[in-house]
Structure formats: structure tokens, C-alpha cells
Design a protein around this ligand. Structure first.
Ligand code: ATP
Length: 237
């Protein structure tokens, strides 16, 4: 079975269906992207996996365990860490303190120290700004910090919600390069949702396309990037 298996997942906001029964999977070691327009249901999908919103149907399996009804804190403890859209770092805490918070469930001091080194190597800018308040960082640096904080919990699956949001093309590319590196060199399994289809297809192994609460297309990201229909319909080319 896949690391993450989603079956017929449904979410409603009041009477309005936001997810109309979607099914997909993420295998160990993959980067999987979900792309689609604003309002397609991408964020809702991540929130449903993390139990931030309640599900009205379907199942979520993680490491072959049914976690559909587990509360959010248990899901984090099981190894799923979500980086929220808009980053959500603690503005009045320093870079260092934000990273420390990411490790709040851990007691393995030596390993935590090792992860600090790892994150500072991954994002040298954070190392330079350890004492700086997170609120004074640039948008790109805050995104790095949010990813770093999520990594401090040593997740088995990293959920990224629109890492490109509000960032310049250059910074976006930098972030996506790091996402690829994390996957290649550190074997991190990643599920990311993105409006920037171009970047998402470049950084991922497989991609699902969502429209109004449904998955309408999926495939190998490289193949999709070269597919005329996908290029015309979703990449504006
Ligand atoms: P975005 O890029 O804007 O985050 P998305 O693809 O992630 O878009 P969702 O945020 O998951 O889409 O929203 C899916 C649908 O559910 C949209 O129609 C949205 O308006 C609606 N929706 C999202 N959150 C709520 C909420 N808290 N209450 C009511 N409706 C909501």
C-alpha cells in the first residue's frame, strides 16, 4: 500500500461540497503535486488529511492505518507535517525559537541538534538570521522558515500548501529547488498543492489536476508537461 492513500474523500462547508469524493495516493519517496485554479479544493484536501477540517465521507490511510477520524495533534505525531498557506510563522519569535517549536514533540536532544545543522545547511539564510524575529524576514525567508519548522518534527510526509504564494519568480524557483533537493538527497516524501502549475510539474514525479472539488486528470509530471492538451488547458501555452 502507498504511504498515503485517499479514498473517496468528501468535505462540505455547510451544504456546499468542497471535495466531491477524491481518491489519490502518495508513494514512499515521491513528490506528488495537486494543481488547479483558485477554489478548486486544494487547500481543503490538505486540511482534510491533517484533520483541520472535518470530513463528510471517505477515508485517509497513512502507513496502512486508517487515520480518517484521528485528531490533528495525533496526525502530526504520526509523522504528517503541514506547512500552511501564507506560511504562518510566529512573527514575534526568533528564527531559532520558531524552529525549536517545530521539535516540541521530540525529546532526542542530540538528534534535534543534528536537524538544526541540517536545516541551516538547507537554508543558509536562516542560519545567518537565527536571532532575528520571524516577522522581519522577507516572504521567501518566511517560507523557508515555515518549511524548516515543519522539518523539525522529522515528518514522514511533508504537506506543502502553495509554497510559491506571494513570492517572486526567482525566490519561487529557489524554494522549489530546495523541495527537489529534500526529496532527492533526504528521501523526503512530499505532497504539495500549487497554483503555479509550471513549477509544480517541474518539481514533482506525479501530478493530479483538480477542478471544483474533483480530480479531473492525473499522470506523470514530465509527460503532462509535454502534453499538448495539458499545456493549452492548464499552462496557458
Ligand atoms: P486557494 O488557492 O484559494 O487556496 P483551493 O484550491 O485551495 O484554492 P479551497 O481553499 O480548498 O480551494 O476551497 C475550495 C472551495 O471551498 C471554494 O469554493 C472555497 O470558496 C470554499 N471554502 C474554502 N474554505 C471555506 C470555509 N472555511 N467556509 C466556506 N467555504 C469555504
Amino acid at each position: 500500500m502507498a504511504l498515503l492513500e485517499i479514498k473517496n474523500l468528501q468535505v462540505k462547508y455547510g451544504v456546499i461540497p468542497a471535495l466531491k469524493g477524491i481518491s489519490f495516493s502518495v508513494e514512499h519517496g515521491e513528490v506528488v503535486a495537486i494543481i488547479g485554479a483558485n477554489g478548486a479544493g486544494k487547500t481543503t484536501t490538505l486540511h482534510a488529511i491533517s484533520s483541520i477540517v472535518s470530513k463528510s465521507g471517505g477515508n485517509v490511510f497513512f502507513q496502512e492505518q486508517d487515520i480518517t477520524n484521528n485528531p490533528a495533534h495525533e496526525i502530526v505525531a504520526m509523522g504528517i507535517s503541514q506547512v500552511q498557506e501564507g506560511r504562518g510563522v510566529f512573527s514575534n519569535l526568533s528564527v531559532l525559537e520558531n524552529l525549536q517549536l517545530g521539535a516540541y514533540l521530540r525529546k532526542d536532544k542530540a538528534e534535534i541538534a543534528r536537524d538544526f545543522t541540517f536545516i541551516y545547511e538547507l537554508f543558509p539564510r536562516l542560519a545567518e538570521r537565527q536571532k532575528q524575529l520571524a516577522g522581519t524576514l522577507s516572504g521567501g525567508e518566511q517560507q523557508m522558515l515555515a518549511i524548516g519548522r515543519a522539518l523539525m518534527s522529522r515528518p514522514k510526509l511533508l504537506l506543502l500548501d502553495e509554497p510559491s504564494m506571494g513570492l517572486s519568480p526567482l525566490i519561487t524557483e529557489n524554494i522549489f529547488r530546495t523541495i527537489k533537493k529534500l526529496n532527492k538527497e533526504n528521501k523526503m516524501t512530499i505532497l504539495l498543492v500549487e497554483q503555479n502549475a509550471q513549477m509544480a510539474l517541474w518539481a514533482s514525479n506525479r501530478t493530479y489536476i483538480m477542478e471544483t472539488g474533483q480530480i479531473v486528470y492525473n499522470g506523470n509530471s514530465k509527460a503532462m508537461k509535454n502534453d499538448d492538451f495539458i499545456r493549452k488547458s492548464y499552462l496557458g501555452q
